[in-house]
Design a protein around this ligand. Structure first.
Ligand code: SF4
Ligand code: SF4
Length: 322
């Protein structure tokens, strides 16, 4: 079905312009955390997909989720106007535990905390606060195991929709209690989530550039809520750095990537940011093959026990030391 047959046309006309306008308004706020020199450019996936007209294999089943995500992105940006004028800055342990419980009831799998600096804010974008509550949500294994397919495409968009809704609900929950908050939608957010989630101790970035989590590997989507809360229990360390060692030997995602878009050696920039994917190679394949997701499907971390994979690395290190 050509993409022009579906309400995408309405979305093309109405929503992206409004979202762009709201992002501009946010970036103009004097108190916002802005991008720095060397901050990443956001890959404009929605705009690029729409530019390609009727070429992508659109899915009727995904449309409600894509539309809900677009409305969710707009809501995340519009609702910052409802933040209290003098927000609270400290949260008690019981209230934070309540927040985590609320996030889980909204379908979130894991919650971590990190400081967001301008280095992870996309060029020409901004977020309201540097205190980040980082969220992960699982994608269904059976669906991802069929990728690239319409089923996996729908699952990805369903998760974007549900996680975006959860982030907006969490921001609303915080506002009701006197905190300021901005939901960062998982689709087209204003900051680069995988390194932010790594800073929050939720996992480690794999060779494919995605966050590898201990429970679900890369089979998750990420979002964040930026808030006025200054005493979030920030992760002091990250125990998952050994994943880099595992990737060094594995490289399965790079071998299995049809357009060879995953770099054999990630590019580390002067500011510490890392480029793992050649977007110009990934995107055409991605958009013509239901969002691909092969690199998620093949990753051993979404199929095998984290502790088992860790023991392989420990054994290897022991042998090379002895
Ligand atoms: S497939 Fe292998 S190399 Fe790629 S991210 Fe997963 S563990 Fe690392
Ligand atoms: S989504 Fe597909 S094309 Fe893009 S990097 Fe992953 S495997 Fe390669």
């Amino acid at each position: 079905m050509p993409i022009t047959d579906i309400p995408m046309r309405i979305m093309q006309k109405l929503l992206p312009d409004r979202i762009w306008e709201l992002e501009q308004m946010l970036a103009a706020r004097p108190d916002a955390v802005r991008a720095m020199a060397g901050s990443p450019e956001r890959f404009e996936i929605l705009a690029e997909a729409m530019k390609r007209g009727d070429r992508p294999p659109a899915s009727r089943q995904a449309v409600p989720h894509v539309m809900a995500s677009l409305f969710g992105i707009r809501q995340s940006l519009q609702s910052v106007d409802r933040n209290p004028a003098t927000p609270r800055a400290h949260i008690s342990e019981p209230e934070l535990a309540e927040l985590v419980g609320f996030a889980r009831s909204a379908g979130v799998d894991s919650v971590g905390y990190a400081r967001l600096e301008g280095d992870l804010v996309f060029q020409r974008k901004a977020v309201l606060h540097g205190n980040a509550i980082v969220l992960t949500m699982e994608m269904d294994k059976e669906s991802i195991d069929t990728s690239p397919s319409e089923r996996s495409f729908v699952e990805v968009h369903k998760t974007y929709h549900h996680l975006g809704r959860a982030a907006n609900q969490i921001a609303g929950w915080l506002r009701e209690r006197g905190y300021s908050a901005q939901a960062g939608h998982p689709l087209n957010g204003q900051a680069l989530y995988p390194p932010l989630a790594q800073r929050a101790g939720l996992g480690w970035r794999g060779l494919h550039g995605l966050l590898v989590t201990p429970k679900l590997g890369p089979r998750v989507r990420l979002a964040a809520v930026f808030t006025s809360i200054e005493n979030l229990p920030l992760a002091q360390e990250n125990d998952h750095g050994w994943i880099e060692e595992y990737c060094e030997r594995c490289k399965l995602c790079a071998r299995e990537c049809p357009p060879q878009a995953i770099l054999d050696q990630p590019l580390v920039h002067a500011n510490g940011l890392v480029t793992c994917i050649v977007s110009d190679r990934c995107f055409p394949y991605f958009v013509e093959n239901y969002g691909c997701s092969i690199c998620i499907r093949v990753c051993p971390f979404q199929r095998q026990e984290y502790s088992l994979l860790k023991s392989h690395v420990s054994e290897r290190l022991k042998k090379s030391a002895g």
